[in-house]
Design a protein around this ligand. Structure first.
Ligand SMILES: NC(=O)c1ccc[n+]([C@@H]2O[C@H](COP(=O)([O-])OP(=O)(O)OC[C@H]3O[C@@H](n4cnc5c(N)ncnc54)[C@H](O)[C@@H]3O)[C@@H](O)[C@H]2O)c1
Ligand SMILES: [Zn+2]
Length: 350
């Protein structure tokens, strides 16, 4: 079993990674709580509910799968259920699922009785390398993704790499988007590793998944430890996300998974960096060639830049109407730049 520490001044915690950790869930969840509430979705519940049985004193809340569940209404329902069941401040919430379950359950934990303990047990690749780590929790409101939320750290993250075998391929690819991102923003050697082992990563080869997930968690841990609330450095995690979120929004959060949108976003943001002369040609070619080979349709001609820009203008990270971009500028290095709508339309994505 691998262990990664998140060294925060307040509330430090560890991430445990390895195959088969679900078999030992009762021991890994340090349990001095009155009651555990497992929040999970229907898919994960039907596949993995048996692993919960050894836990003593637990109750389960099962939600429908999918982004639509990440809503204020669903959070309200969960909070009402907790109240009706007499859940005390000494209870604990366990998020058992992908990023939707993790963000929603974490948000409920952060506000129920001003905050109760919570543990993340992520089951998608995206949640294992990204969303379960770092304490961002929240729900969507109207068309605004993650517009309501809180920074709230889990007590522990438990990652069983074996559950990846039941994950649909699109969801694996979605996680791969965030994996590529870590290499480009922080660690060029890791980017090279991902390029070299992409076929094994695509089929979740158990020999390399623990290493890949551990490395991603280590990179995120280092970034979050330096900037927990995203005042500076943490923004680099948004590479690919400005255009990615625009694409998710313009297509009604239905055409692309989050990670697919991020992969396309990284492609076009690298293209923009090249057009702005921020990155050398060889390196931008390396990134763009690799993404072209991933096997995703990168054509976004259906979404004109002016409409995409309207979505990007909704981003929380923008300043005074200027859109925040994280651009790759050299191997393992990125930099924040701001562009106006007009500047973007002038440059275009073609
Ligand atoms: N908090 C953060 O820092 C952060 C970071 C990135 C993304 N996110 C959020 O994460 C969400 C996306 O998360 P996601 O990609 O995990 O999607 P998801 O939670 O919707 O899961 C994707 C699908 O996989 C199914 N599933 C989960 N585990 C499975 C398994 N082991 N086997 C088979 N099926 C399984 C789910 O039921 C669902 O249908 C978005 O809402 C995004 O905003 C949050
Ligand atoms: Zn993301």
């Amino acid at each position: 079993m691998e262990r990664v520490e998140i060294k925060l001044r307040e509330n430090p915690y560890d991430i445990l990674i390895g195959p088969g950790l679900l078999n030992n869930l009762d021991n890994l969840i340090e349990d001095n709580t009155e009651q555990n509430f497992i929040i999970t979705d229907e898919n994960v519940h039907s596949l993995y509910a048996d692993y919960l049985k050894p836990l003593t004193n637990y109750d389960t809340i099962v939600i429908p799968p999918g982004e639509e569940s990440k809503s204020i209404d669903m959070a309200t329902n969960i909070l009402k259920t907790l109240l009706k069941k007499g859940t005390s401040r000494k209870s604990q919430i366990i998020a058992f699922g992908g990023g939707v379950v993790g963000d929603l359950a974490g948000f409920c934990s952060s506000i129920y009785m001003r905050g109760i303990s919570f543990v993340q047990v992520p089951t998608t690749l995206l949640a294992q390398v990204d969303s379960s780590v770092g304490g961002k929790t929240g729900v969507n409101l109207m068309d605004y993704k993650n517009s309501v939320g809180a920074f709230y750290q889990p007590k522990r993250v438990i990652i069983d790499t074996k559950v990846l075998h039941t994950l649909p391929y699109r969801q694996v690819l979605s996680g791969i988007g965030e994996i590529i991102k870590y290499g480009i923003i922080y660690d060029y050697d890791f980017f090279q590793y991902v390029i070299k082992h992409i076929d094994q990563i695509k089929c979740c080869n158990p020999d390399i998944m623990s290493y890949v997930i551990k490395t991603c968690c280590e990179i995120k841990a280092k970034i979050v430890a330096q900037d927990e609330k995203e005042n500076g450095l943490r923004k680099i995690l948004n590479f690919g996300h400005t255009i990615g979120h625009g694409l998710e929004g313009i297509t009604g959060f239905s055409k692309y998974t989050h990670g697919e949108a991020v992969i396309i976003g990284m492609y076009y943001e690298t293209f923009l960096a090249k057009k702005l002369g921020l990155i050398n040609k060889n390196y931008s070619k390396e990134i763009m060639d690799f993404i072209e080979d991933i096997g995703l349709d990168l054509n976004i001609d259906d979404y004109p830049i002016s409409q995409l820009t309207n979505w990007m203008l909704k981003d929380k990270k923008n300043v005074k109407g200027k859109i925040s971009f994280i651009f790759p500028i050299a191997e393992g290095r990125v930099e924040e730049h701001f562009l106006t709508k007009d500047e973007l339309i002038d440059i275009n994505l073609k």
